[in-house]
Design a binder for this molecule. Sequence first.
Ligand code: ZN
Length: 596
Amino acid sequence: MRWKETFIPTLKELPAEAEITSHRLMLRAGLMRKLTSGVYTYLPLGIRAIKKVEAIVREEMDGAGGTELLLPILHPAELWRESRRWDHYGVELMRIKDRHGRNFALGPTHEEVITDLLRGEIRSYRDLPILLYQIQTKFRDEIRPRFGVIRAREFLMKDAYSFHPDESSLNQTYQRMYQAYSRIFTRCGLSFRPVEADSGAIGGDVTHEFMVLAQNGESEVLTCPGCGYAATQERAESRTSKPVDEAPLAKELVHTPGLKTVEEVSGFLGVEPKRLVKTILYRTDGGFVAALIRGDREINEIKLMRALGVEDLQMATPDEILRLTGAPLGFSGPVGLEGVGILADYSLQGGGNFVVGANREDHHLINVNYGRDFRVDGFFDLLLAQKGDSCARCGKPLSSGRGIEVGQIFKLGTKYSESMKAHFLDQKGKERPFVMGCYGIGITRTVAAVIEQYHDQDGIIWPLSVAPYQVLILPLNITHPPSKEAAEKLYSQLGDLEVLLDDREERAGVKFKDADLVGIPLRVTIGERSLQEGKVEIKLRSEPTSISVSIEEVPQKVRSLLEKISSLAKVDSQCNIGRMKSPLDEIYEQGINEKE
Ligand SMILES: [Zn+2]
């Protein structure tokens, strides 16, 4: 492809809206443009990288026994009502009405649609298991789209669904998907880690997220150096120190005028925040509940939902709090709290002499003790885990890092097949619900994650496997006839490769800057002076130095370099060890005879 014939609108300035590297570089290198908040147009370079990721995903999905299909984007609301997600998915579900006033959703995920399809088609255990996937545009009405394609409202995903006669069949496919995902992200050159995660709005019991390690990652990952446990912060189980047992003192009402926050109250009373107990009121399908947590820590609402067995909960409004406790927001406490269930975090077991809200405006109670002064309906792990907490399995302190979630695999079980009455006949002729799994990969997000891991201050450094082009031919002065002729000759000699020829009449400085920005792995530079000696320069984007090669040798050198880079990538994916450190010194030594 000739640069002038394609469309690569690079930007010199830093786009103000972009907060992280991949977002900045995807705009600056001309991979995409924003249409509106969280919605992007993919330009020619961007779509080429996306297609590379898609090709890897297709190969590995097919290799793992999957078959591709294409499901609709537009989903009738009735299907989402059957699974009860019309109400429970939340405001992120893009809802629209057609001209007849019928409700539809723009699909953020396709469990309903695929379950609806197969419940009408597959009747017998003999047709199971089956694994189907698609690569398609998804919609999610994010409250605050950010980080470019990492948290966009419209994005590309590969989603796969498997249907099984029983759990053990699901377990086999889940394991195969786990391995296929590891191969996919390895082939994309990514350093990643599978971690235990929460299933969120998709549901199911067992799930892993594939996290690309990145400083700018949205997700916090907690890992245990002791036993290897790794989980997202949402999911992580941890324990924190329990309060010291001490003799209960007499409960006392204290005047705390206008003091509502933990900081204000603990500062005023001169006690540590962890001696306070926060009482947080929630509204759920089954009524109101109060959750108790140590003053210095936060509730993990996902754990709370799981403890309660509900799919949705909302913080109570100030009016509701006033009605339930008799006091405004900021003065709630468990003492004398009637008519609501009370759940407490494990960290409040034992100890005592807590400070709590008095359920009376401008008042707190001190020296409050469990058992004597208040009751709870149960102790649970409600804690939002953090670095330094003890591992729930081995007790070692957890460490934390950040990651970008690029894929997630779920064991759904019978959540959808039961609610949507999707049944098959087993060997005994008995009707049973399908056992299901689902498996997603963010395609556009994976491209962004690659850029997060492969860049320098000048631009992108594509790994060969996902690079939009393999080779960039860069004549410094295209108006110099011998340069132009040499460039055109090379362009046709390398015609079987993915080659971009920078045929623009731009200054050399502009071309070099753009070359570094768009990050094509191998660059052949044709300069007037070296051409007089029959030489051109070859440079790998990932390496600081270039090498001088006689022009006749270029096609062979280019091929051998690309082959070596790609064979290293293959070794890499077979070993399944993530990205290797720069192995290119060796290639330079073997492949090239002369250094500039
Ligand atoms: Zn551990």
